[in-house]
Ligand binder design. Sequence first.
Ligand code: DGP
Length: 209
Amino acid sequence: MTQRGLFIVVEGCDRSGKSTHCAKLVEKLNSNGIDAELIKFPDRTTQTGKMIDSYLQQKSDLDDHAIHLLFSANRWEAMKILFEKLKNGKTLVVDRYAFSGVAFSSAKGLDLEWCKNPDIGLLTPDLVLFLDLDINEAEKRGGFGEERYEKRELQIKVREEFMKLKDESWKLINAGQSKEKVEQDIWAVIEEARNSLDTTKSLQYNLWK
Ligand code: DGP
């Protein structure tokens, strides 16, 4: 029987280095003989993704609840494909997931429990790596750009909301260190997870249940 892959989520505030470290992690997993692939949410290529992209680029406006539901739909529409990949042995490194969904919307003022609802029952990740970076450091990294959420006060609030979602599957990584050190810390967590996680246990559609 094929052993299923690991479902690894990488979360963090904007400018925390997620994209860089997700790409590096996939590369390292593959070079260590672990078949791995990068998945990114939101997936801006689908119909819901195009609406999200337009909203993020501030080309369109939407009610906070409506955009929240679109982000969630963007994840739900990918679930079957993700499930099949994992079941067939592929390890997935997922850049943002439902935790971003809740953290960003609740930071804007929506009720946290309400925000969790549409994502209840998504596939539950094996491991969540949270790249933790001080807001002053984040701002030094080329400054925030033009997208909707790239603002200091909001990012501070987003981090607070993220911390409310932390459970035993979360590992906080100090993202303010050198790239090499962050990479090392991430790899140490992955190695530990590979030894301790039971991948004979099937994947569960039970996030926040
Ligand atoms: P990224 O492509 O990773 O830079 O994400 C784009 C922006 O969208 C970023 O500011 C974080 C935000 N974001 C990501 N996922 C969600 C979500 O599910 N809900 C909300 N409200 N915002 C999200």
